[in-house]
Design a protein. Structure first.
Length: 93
């Protein structure tokens, strides 16, 4: 079972498959991205952050990216490949 399949199993088992699931996922992603920003802000100006806190918050972002991707019929690999193609077109190599 892939990471994305495991995410969807967890998501659905915890009530994620509702009519509002896509909105819930989008808001979850935005919230977790904000937490990533807050960890970096805190490190930059306050210098007091647990070393694994950023990794945990990035994992939460990845969870929602995986869930949203699956909800729209994409694999994480589809998203990675499309992003690499976009970056290649933009920056070369």
């Amino acid at each position: 079972m892939t990471y994305q399949e495991k995410v969807m199993t967890i998501w659905r088992a915890n009530g994620g498959a509702t009519p509002d699931a896509r909105l819930n996922m989008a808001l979850g992603l935005a919230s977790e991205a904000g937490e990533v920003c807050d960890v970096i802000r805190t490190q930059t100006w306050k210098h007091r952050v647990k070393s694994n806190n950023l990794k945990e918050e990035l994992g939460d972002v990845l969870f929602f990216v995986a869930a949203i991707s699956a909800e729209y019929g994409y694999t994480i690999e589809d998203i990675q490949d499309a992003n690499l193609e976009k970056l290649k077109a933009r920056y070369g190599k």
